[in-house]
Design a protein around this ligand. Structure first.
Ligand SMILES: Nc1ncnc2c1ncn2[C@@H]1O[C@H](COP(=O)(O)OP(=O)(O)OP(=O)(O)O)[C@@H](O)[C@H]1O
Length: 342
């Protein structure tokens, strides 16, 4: 196994804007990368190029030193030692769970004891040993997804590619499957690339998250860093809960701002300073009689707390949490403990 490298990768489908535009990413061996972004941003096209279903128009894909694809050459999908898991599972309905899981081995001419052992190991990894003789129609959605994972494990792939694998499952099952994916990643040791438009899924699963928009890579970072230090409005708005406020900032404003600096921003409007965006997380908005005089716009009971939308004196919207209920329209002064300049 080796690093998977996307080097200045681009893909155009004819005229118009390229679907993937100059994307460079290095995924360490055994890493788990989530490609995150809104519909149409190019993430599936990146995955399909890694799998070998599409050829790059520019740039290259390498596994270690080996060039898998560039504009002039392509290693075919079956010679990349990769496995892909689809949203639709793509299981054979007439085969049992064990036969489905073992199918890639049959294709490769592996049989006998070796075949049985590999299938049994793969089913054990996804905890489906006792379902070996069932057919896909007799399984739940989560169990079918696990068969698809087992089928991908039997070939011991270097790289596993997952295209929105949880999109068809309900919320409860998604959480359970997130656990399965984490276990699967730990046990297989494979490098994984996971496409999703769900930020919480990406943050929960991956070791690194690459955020894409309109074919371009906006930022790549481990989840905690992406949350704490997003680059730009798009990433800031996509990752975690928060409000983006447009404020006039002093020239020397640091990226991470505290109340002592923010207080000035909200009280002194200096018409000569530049307008900039700051990201404020709801947990950093604290109810305080001496704070900015906001008003409650909406309130939503979330079980353990209330989620508030507050209106700032200039009309912009801020999010906050509160343990106490508050009346809509009432005064709710707040201190902003910290904010991140985007
Ligand atoms: N085979 C194709 N021919 C022409 N255009 C394509 C083809 N495949 C993708 N595109 C275009 O490339 C762009 C990126 O598509 P892609 O499927 O990679 O996005 P995505 O981020 O995966 O979206 P989604 O989450 O909706 O699947 C889109 O504008 C799409 O219409």
């Amino acid at each position: 196994m080796a690093k998977l490298i996307l080097n200045r990768l681009s893909k155009s489908f004819g005229d118009g804007k390229p679907a993937v535009d100059d994307v460079s990413v290095t995924i360490r061996e055994g890493g788990f990368l989530a490609l995150l972004g809104p519909s149409g941003c190019g993430k599936t096209t990146v995955l399909r190029m890694i799998a070998g279903f599409e050829q790059p128009t520019d740039g290259a894909i390498l596994l270690g030193e080996r060039v898998l694809a560039d504009a002039g050459s392509m290693v075919p999908p079956e010679r990349r030692n990769m496995a892909m898991v689809f949203q639709s599972y793509a299981l054979w309905p007439h085969m049992t769970v064990a036969e489905n899981a073992g199918y890639p081995l049959k294709v490769r001419g592996i049989s006998g004891e070796r075949y049985r052992r590999k299938v049994a190991d793969a089913l054990a990894t996804v905890r489906l040993e006792s379902y070996a003789e069932r057919r896909p129609s007799e399984l739940s959605g989560g169990q079918r997804q696990r068969v698809a994972l087992a089928r991908c494990l039997v070939t011991e792939p270097d790289v596993v590619l997952l295209d929105e694998p949880l999109a068809n499952l309900d919320r409860h099952l998604r959480q359970e499957m997130e656990e399965t994916f984490r276990e699967f990643h730990a046990m297989s040791g494979a490098t994984m690339v996971y496409v999703t438009h769900d930020q919480s899924e990406a943050m929960a699963l991956a070791t690194d998250v690459a955020v894409m928009s309109e074919g371009k890579l906006l930022q790549i970072a481990p989840p905690a860093e992406l949350y704490a230090r997003p680059e730009g409005k798009l990433v800031g708005g996509l990752v975690g809960q928060g409000a983006i406020l447009s404020v006039s900032l002093p020239d020397n404003a640091p990226r991470s701002m505290e109340w002592s600096q923010l207080q000035q921003v909200f009280t002194e409007t200096d018409s000569t300073s530049a307008i900039g965006d700051i990201l404020v997380r709801p947990q950093d908005v604290i109810h305080d009689a001496d704070g900015i005089p906001c008003r409650v716009a909406t309130i939503l009971y979330e079980g353990e707390r209330y989620a508030l939308r507050l209106t700032l004196p200039d009309g912009q919207v801020l999010r906050a949490y509160s343990r106490e209920p508050a009346a809509i329209g009432s005064l709710f002064p707040v201190v902003i403990r910290s904010a991140w300049r985007l």
